[in-house]
Write a new protein. Structure first.
Length: 80
């Protein structure tokens, strides 16, 4: 259960890179990563293996997805 966070990060960068680092690709990458990390957190929790780092990664992707939905300029690359 140690590789879940690494897999999530690799998937995030793969999805984002495949999109050409576009804003729509950022949205997709954040939501895909959030879904994968959510599944991993649920699995780790059910096995008694949940760690603070897992929750921290989940929180990072959740806040990123929420900021992307709210169209926060520093997240989506817009100007001020």
């Amino acid at each position: 259960m140690q590789l879940g966070g690494l897999v999530t990060i690799i998937v995030y960068f793969t999805v984002f890179g495949t999109s050409g680092y576009s804003v729509s690709g950022l949205h997709a990458a954040l939501f895909v990563a959030l879904a994968i990390q959510s599944g991993y957190v649920a699995l780790a929790s059910s096995q008694g293996e949940l760690k603070q780092f897992d929750v921290g990664l989940w929180l990072m992707f959740a806040l990123g997805a929420a900021a992307a939905l709210a169209n926060v300029a520093p997240v989506v690359g817009g100007s001020g």
